[in-house]
Write a protein of this length. Structure first.
Length: 146
């Protein structure tokens, strides 16, 4: 969460450079980011960096990158953004987001205790007992009334 569309797109391009290298280049074994990959990243306007910032190593096992100011990627993204284009991530789960209200409730057989989950208006019968299963709320009301 909190990443800009430009940052997200740069990550997609980073991954695309792995695809390019797999098809057209000579990838290293076990995920190592080599000099060929680093050169291609720089050619498209992304600076490989082991730290994700200026001064990081250009090759290694765990790599990030940053966008080269006025580089090909930055220019292409600026042109795209100028059209009003945006990523549509409204429905994507984001770390830390809380789920909305639960649309399912637990139903319990008052005889055997077997449970099932469903929407609040579900009409469900416990097959072994042959009786209606009640939601936790309905079961509480039944117990209080008795």
């Amino acid at each position: 969460m909190g990443r800009s569309d430009e940052d997200i797109c740069s990550t997609l391009v980073h991954e695309m450079m792995h695809c390019w290298q797999h098809v057209f280049g000579e990838p290293s074994k076990r995920g190592y980011h080599n000099k060929e990959w680093a050169a291609k990243m720089k050619a498209v306007g992304l600076q490989p960096s082991s730290t994700g910032a200026v001064g990081g190593r250009e090759t290694g096992q765990r790599m990030s990158h940053y966008i080269i100011p006025d580089g090909p990627f930055a220019q292409a993204f600026a042109k795209l953004a100028a059209t009003g284009w945006k990523l549509n991530l409204q429905s994507a789960h984001r770390a830390g987001d809380k789920k909305g209200p639960n649309s399912k409730v637990k139903f319990t057989c008052s005889a055997c205790g077997q449970n099932a989950w469903g929407k609040l208006d579900l009409a469900i019968i416990c097959k072994p007992c042959g009786i209606e299963m009640l939601s936790a709320e309905a079961l509480d009301r039944t117990i209080k009334a008795a």
